[in-house]
Each structure stands twice: as C-alpha cells, then as structure tokens.
Design a protein around this ligand. Structure first.
Ligand code: GFP
Length: 830
C-alpha cells in the first residue's frame, strides 16, 4: 500500500513535481547541479563517468514529473493495463533513447558544449543492459517503447539479472565468455524499492484442511523463501509525456546471514542462505545442461512471475478491489513459455488465498492471460519434469494436474472414444520423462495464442498445436512482429531520418506507413544521390567504430554484406560461410580471377550459447576463414570477412544503417519471424532470404524485384524431409560445394589440421538437420544476382529506397495495435 496515511492538506503535496526548464541555460544549471550534488564533484575534477551519470540524472529529472503524472493518471482512471511478462528485455542503451523521447538531444549537445564536453563521448560511457539473448528480448523492448508512445498503460515485468548476456571475446578464434558486469559503474536508470519487496516461497509440501465454513481446502506449506526487490525503470513515450514502468525483480535472502553461525566462526556457512537466494537473479539463462542449472531456471521463472502477480494485485490495484473483475484491469501477455508458471500461481492465489471456488478462479484466470509462441523448434518448447516441479512448487503441480484433468474431460466429451487424441493433448508428457508441457498449459489457459509472423502462425496451427487449433480455432491468431522506428531508424540513422523528414515531414516517426510517400522519390536522381551519400556516411561511421572497438579496418567501396543474429544451426551461418569459402576456393584454384569478384565485406555478429558446441565450432571456423581470407594478398581489396566480437544492440545501431545486403537465410519453416530482417529493410538494405518468417511479408511488400529470394519453401522442405534427406548427395553432385567442403576438410583453415573442423563438416555431410547443402546452389545463384544488381548503382539505390518506403508495416506500433484489437482489448489513455 502506498501514499500518506491521511489526506494531504498542503497544496504542494498534490501538485505535480516541477521539471527543469527546456532550455540550454536551464539544462546547464541542472547538469552542474547534478554533478555537484549527486556525484560530489566539480566539473573540473569530474570523470567521464561522473559526467555521464550527471547527464543521465538531468534527463531523468526531466522525465520524472511525467512519470509521476503518468502513474497518477493511470491509477485514477482505473483502466485496463497490459502486464507484459518476459524473462528477457534487451533494452540497449538508455540515454540516447531518453534524449530522443524528451527532445532534449539538441539542448544537451549545446549545453554540454558550453561546459567543454562532448555528448557522444558521454553517451559511449553507458554500458547497455544486456538482459536478453536475442530477438525475443529485443522484441519485448520494442513493444514497451511502442506502448508508451501510443499512450497505452503497460507494466513490463522481468528479472534484473546481475549479469546479463555474457560478453563475448575471441581467443585464437574461439568464443570465450566473460561475465557481463553491466552494473559495475552503477546504473543511473533504475529506482530500487526495497520497501516494496515481495516474499516468494519455494519447496515444502501441501496439506488438506477444513476451513471455518466447513469447506475442504488445500494449503501450501513452503520450506524456504526469498525476497523479490523491485527496480523500476522509466519507459518514456516519444514526445508524448507518457512514461510507463518496467519493473525488474532482484532476489535477496529473507535473512541476510545467521549471526549465531557467524559468531561461531563458520563464515561461509553463515552467508550460504544469502548466496543461494541471490543466485536466482544472478545470471541471465544460466547454463541449464546440468540438473542444478535447470532447477535454477525454473526458480527464476517462478520468482519473477510470483513477484509480478503479487505486485499487481497488492500494489497496482486499489484496496478492496474485487478480484472477480481482474480482467477488467489487466491482461498478462506471456512472452513465450518462460512465464507460464504464472497460470497456476494465479489459480493458487485465487483458490487458496482468496477462497474462490475452483471454477470461478479458472474463469478469472483464463481471461487474464494470452500467450505468444516464438518458435517452431520442438526442443525450444519447455517441458518441466514433474519431479522437479513437484519438489520446487508442489502446490502448483497439483493445480496443473487438476487443470489438465478438467481439460482432458472436455477433450473426451468433444471427441468421444478418441483416447489417442486425449493423450496427445495432455499437458503431461510421459516420455522421455514425466513432464509438464508449458506451451500446452499456456494454450489451454490463454484467451488467445499467437505466432509472430503470418507463416509462423499458420505453422503453429497446422504443425505445432494442430489438435488445439482444431478444438478452438478462434483462439489462434497472428501478430506479425515489429521494431521501434524511434531507436532503429530515428536514432540509429540520423541523416536518413533528416532526409525523410525533409522530404515527407516528420509524422513517419509515429506513423511509419507514411514512408510510402517516399516511393515517388525512388527514381529521383537527386534523392538517390543523397540516399547514397548517407549510406556512405553510415559506412564511415561504422568503420571508425570497428577500428576503435576491434581493430577491424573496413575497405572503402565494398558491398557490405551483413549477417547478425544468435548463432544457431537453423539460422544457417554455415551456409553464408560456405558461400565465402566457395568464392575463396574459386579464386585460389584459378577458376575465377579475383578481379571478377564484386568487392565485398562480409560482417558476422553472433553469440553462441555457452553449452552449444556446434555453434561454438562454427564461430571458430568463421574466425579461421576470416584470418585466412583477410591475409591472402590475392583477395586484397576484393573479399574481406569481419567478425567483431560481442554483437549487441549498441553495435547493431551502427551496423544496420551501414549494410547493403541483409542475410536472412534460415531454413524455411524454422525462423518464427526475425526482426533484424525488418530493421535492415527499414534502413535500406536489400534482403537475400528464404521464404521464412517475416521474410515472406517483407518480400510481398517490397516486391520480388527488390528482394533476392532463394531456397526451398516450407512445403518443399517438408517434402524433402519426408522423402528422406541425404546431404552427401549434394556434396557428390555439386563440384563447387564439394570443393568448398574439401577445403575445410583438408585443413586449409586450420594449418593443415584435418581434425579441427571435422565435427562441423561431418555434421553438414551426414546430418545437416537444417538442409544447408540442399539450398547451397540456389543461394549461390541468388548471390550472383546480388552482384549483378550492385553493379548498377542506380538500380540498387532505387530498390534500396523502395525497401524503406514499403516496409512501414513493420513498426512495432502496428504490432501493438494488432495486439490491442485482436488480443488485449485495452484502450489508449488519450
Ligand atoms: C525469437 C525467434 C525469432 C523472432 C523473435 C521475436 O528470436 O524468429 O523474431 O523471437 O519473436 F526465433 P531469437 O531469439 O531467435 O532471435
């Protein structure tokens, strides 16, 4: 419960907090004040970190009045909010975004200049919070940005990992993970509220009892608990004065340490409980190849949803709110299966704590959740062993069993005698061990289930959850992903943004479909020139960054060919690599002259999950190929491979605007959507891609002439799989492919060592689950078309402009509108 105990009478107590003047003078005054009072230094003695922190405080102060006002307005209006439950938020740096949202960029720049400081230097001091692995976490960050910009009440709930996604380094070409110490210099963007901590229970057992009304009830008698401490972050809307909240939970021991044991001299034992508790929010996705790792991951999931539900019910709703009407005030969006344990948790709260009848509680619960699936890979759909779940959350397992029993009764009633179907649809899997299929639980509980691109949603209905879509066709819907144009165009590509605004006005920033108005300029030579100059400027900016950051020098005038995303076999970095090796092989074997190659620099950016050996071996091979190709004088000026370590949002913001060619080459039917593909197209890169995920929609919108399509489509993939795929036949029948693979096998990239990359080659030749060899020929042919088009710079630029003009659909604002209309039924507050 918040607020004063009695009604305040002083006029200032209810007035909105004032914010500093929106002027250069006001800014300088505020900045120096922050430097003195917050950092305890004068300008002349301040470090860059002091200056950065003071600048962050100045911007925060400006946002603060709006944040408080947003909270007040939202509480008073008692409207329905979105509770976005996500184990990941890949936020990127905050300062630039806050300056943009407040329109303080120019003022800060001038004000700092008057202080003898440089805004860009201060901005680069910020360490981005890497609280996500890839697309899924970045999507969550784009969505909360859009909701704030659209004035829709939303609370993002997640985990404040002390260590985010590891910092990637390369040692002899191999990935070596370093801890991500993003908090070591302090994070000015968070507001801890230890006084609002929430207790979360674990373990123990359940017992039956009879309550005062003579009803048979169950209670959970937990064995241990931890505290969840909320840290609030501002989520500012773009120039609209709304500031929503992202609330991330940090785990703390309920008892710091045992003084008795400490006094007896066993210091390690005295703090054991504390270490154990704090482990829960220590690291993003801890390695889960061990049983302890799996257990910790489930602890994380329960921890953050338990905190979030408790927080919403106890703190966001007014006292005495009737929880029968909970869905009038909240819709919890389950971002993948990670937060699905929230379903039995809400049931537990309603039935065990609030005394609801089971059926009433189930009605409420079903109306408060919706589920987004982000994958098609069966192994990515989480299944928690009942042994582990029962040990960690015994009451939740009982509740899941009961939900499942009632659900299966419904299935049996709908399909009498079809026991095989009932078993197929059970939330409880029996093999390889007894486990709870979290995607099934989410599907049964959710008001809606959505995929993240049209093709993905179709495959979700037809292949992943076919029985469910047959039972409840109306439950399934699609919302194609989107990306925020504020961060990924306006901020990342300032000159292109200016050109667009000068040409069609600046309404596009919040109404991205207006980019269509650029179409007539695609043929305008003057506009084309400006567009090309901007691309060249973006390339120069990238070059200076990579030189300073990684010692990588990018040659001038190259086609910049970029593949950045998580390293995963289905995304097929190995296919891109085979193309490079093949070009190299053809030159060194004299089949073609180096001068026949279109000068090209290929940039990779990718992290491999620490326990994923094949992905790490692929990184190693990419680095070794890069070393060989880059040091061979024959290829000088024609082909270069760059692999800057530690790809993250900050690097993406420089890389994407500079790219000419966007590599979106997953096996069709595997990439749920992709969002990098959207960012590249919006910044004028042309896509070479398969008919997969949102590529399908990008191609439809930009037109076949402005997209390089290759490879099998999803039905062809399914057909080949059914027929029996045998990769070696491609090796045997395609000399170019064979020569490339032989080159690796013969040790050309491993100083003659024929074993070093044996596992990668063996996997491609004998397994190749994602059919890279089957698509190789078609990929190479599409690359030839790329080169042909690139030779005609006017035609290339025209296509590039049309990519920008026709991809406004991929704004996350549009995704949010779709969620609101099809799933959430919330209202903007305007
Ligand atoms: C996952 C999927 C992508 C999808 C995003 C967001 O991202 O296809 O675009 O979620 O829905 F695989 P990654 O973690 O793979 O990047």
């Amino acid at each position: 419960t918040y607020g004063p105990a009695s009604t305040p009478t002083h006029p200032l107590a209810t007035a909105p907090v004032s914010s500093p003047a929106h002027s250069v003078d006001g800014f300088v005054r505020e900045f120096l004040h922050e430097l003195n009072t917050n950092q305890g230094v004068t300008l002349s003695l301040s470090s860059v970190n002091d200056q950065y922190l003071a600048l962050a405080s100045t911007v925060k102060n400006y946002l603060m009045a709006r944040w408080l006002e947003t909270n007040r307005k939202t509480r008073d209006a008692k409207v329905k909010a979105v509770g976005y439950l996500s184990a990941e938020y890949l936020l990127g740096r905050q300062l630039g975004n806050a300056l943009l949202a407040t329109d303080l960029g120019e003022i800060a720049h001038k004000g700092l200049e008057l202080c003898g400081l440089d805004l860009a230097t201060l901005r680069s001091q910020e360490v981005e919070p890497g609280l996500g692995n890839g697309g899924l976490g970045r999507l969550a960050a784009c969505f909360i940005d859009s909701l704030a910009t659209m004035d829709v009440p939303c609370i993002g709930y997640g985990i404040r990992y002390e260590y985010g996604i590891f910092r990637q380094t390369f040692v002899d070409g191999r990935q070596v993970e370093q801890p991500d110490t993003w908090l070591s210099l302090g994070s000015p963007w968070e507001f801890p509220h230890p006084e609002a901590s929430v207790q979360v229970d674990f373990g123990g057992h359940t017992e039956k009892y009879t309550d005062d009304d003579g009803r048979e009830r169950t209670r959970w008698v937990p064995a241990w608990n931890v505290l969840g401490v909320p840290y609030n972050y501002m989520v500012p809307g773009y120039l609209n004065g709304r500031v929503n909240t992202l609330r991330l939970w940090s785990a703390q021991a309920t008892k710091a340490f045992d003084l008795g044991i400490f006094n007896a001299g066993d210091y390690a034992q005295a703090v054991r409980a504390q270490t154990f508790a704090e482990n829960i929010s220590k690291v993003l996705y801890p390695e889960d190849s061990t049983p302890q790792g799996k257990e910790l991951r489930l602890q994380q999931q329960y921890f953050f949803v338990a905190c979030s539900l408790r927080d919403f019910i106890n703190n966001e709703l007014e006292e005495g709110f009737d929880l029968h009407n909970l869905s009038d005030r909240i819709i919890f969006q389950l971002n993948d299966t990670h937060p699905v344990i929230a379903v039995p948790e809400l049931m537990r709260i309603l039935v065990d704590e609030q005394g609801f009848e089971w059926d009433e509680a189930w009605e409420v619960t079903k109306s408060c959740f919706a589920y987004t699936c982000h994958t098609l890979l069966p192994e990515a759909l989480e299944v928690w062993s009942t042994e582990l779940l029962g040990r960690l959350l015994p009451r939740h397992l009982e509740i899941i069993f009961q939900i499942n029993d009632e659900f299966l009764a419904e299935v049996r009633a709908t399909y009498p005698g079809d026991e095989i179907r009932a078993r197929r649809m059970s939330m409880i899997a029996e093999h390889p061990e007894r486990g709870v299929r979290m995607a099934y639980l989410a599907t049964v509980a959710g008001t809606k289930v959505n995929g993240v691109a049209a093709l993905h949603s179709q495959l979700l209905r037809d292949k992943v959850l076919p029985d469910f879509s047959q039972l409840w066709p109306e439950k399934f819907t699609n919302v194609t992903n989107g990306v925020t144009p504020r961060r990924f165009v306006k901020m990342a590509n300032p000159h292109l943004s200016d050109l667009i605004s000068d040409t069609i006005g600046n309404g596009w920033v919040t109404d991205l479909e207006r980019l269509r108005e650029l179409e007539p300029y695609a043929d305008d030579p003057e506009f084309q020139d400006k567009f090309r100059e901007i691309k060249a400027w973006n390339k120069r900016r990238l070059t200076s960054l990579l030189e300073a950051r990684d010692g990588i020098v990018l040659p001038d005038g190259h086609l910049l060919d970029v593949m950045v995303k998580r390293l995963h076999e289905y995304k097929r970095q190995s296919l891109k690599l085979l193309h490079i090796i093949s070009l190299y092989e053809q030159v060194v074997s004299g089949k073609i002259a180096a001068s026949d190659l279109t000068p090209r620099t290929v940039v990779f950016g990718a992290k491999a999950a620490p326990g994923y050996k094949m992905a790490k071996d692929t990184i190693h091979l990419i680095n070794k190929v890069a070393e060989k190709v880059n040091n061979d004088p024959v290829l000088e000026g024609r082909l270069k491979v760059a692999f800057p370590a530690n790809y993250n949002v900050t690097l993406a913001e420089k890389l994407i605007p500079a790219a000419d060619l966007s590599e979106q080459i997953s096996l069709a039917g595997m990439e749920a959507s992709g969002t990098g593909n959207m960012k590249f197209a919006l910044n004028g890169a042309l896509t070479i891609g398969t008919d997969d995920g949102a590529n399908v929609e990008i191609r439809e919108l930009v037109g076949d002439k402005h997209f390089f399509l290759f490879g099998m489509d999803e039905p062809a993939v399914a057909e080949l799989g059914a027929k029996g795929y045998n990769p070696i036949t491609y090796y045997e029948s395609q000399p170019q492919l064979r020569a490339a693979l032989d080159m690796v096998m013969n040790g050309a990239f491993s100083d003659g060592d024929q074993d070093m990359f044996g596992s990668v080659v063996h996997n491609l030749l004998h397994q190749d689950r994602f059919m890279a060899l089957a698509d190789f020929e078609s990929y190479v042919a599409a690359q030839a078309k790329v080169e042909e088009k690139y030779a005609d710079q006017a035609a290339w630029t025209r296509s590039s402009i049309l990519n920008v003009a026709r991809t406004g659909f991929f704004s996350s604002d549009r995704s949010m509108r779709d969620y609101i209309q099809r799933i959430w039924h919330t209202q903007p507050m305007i």
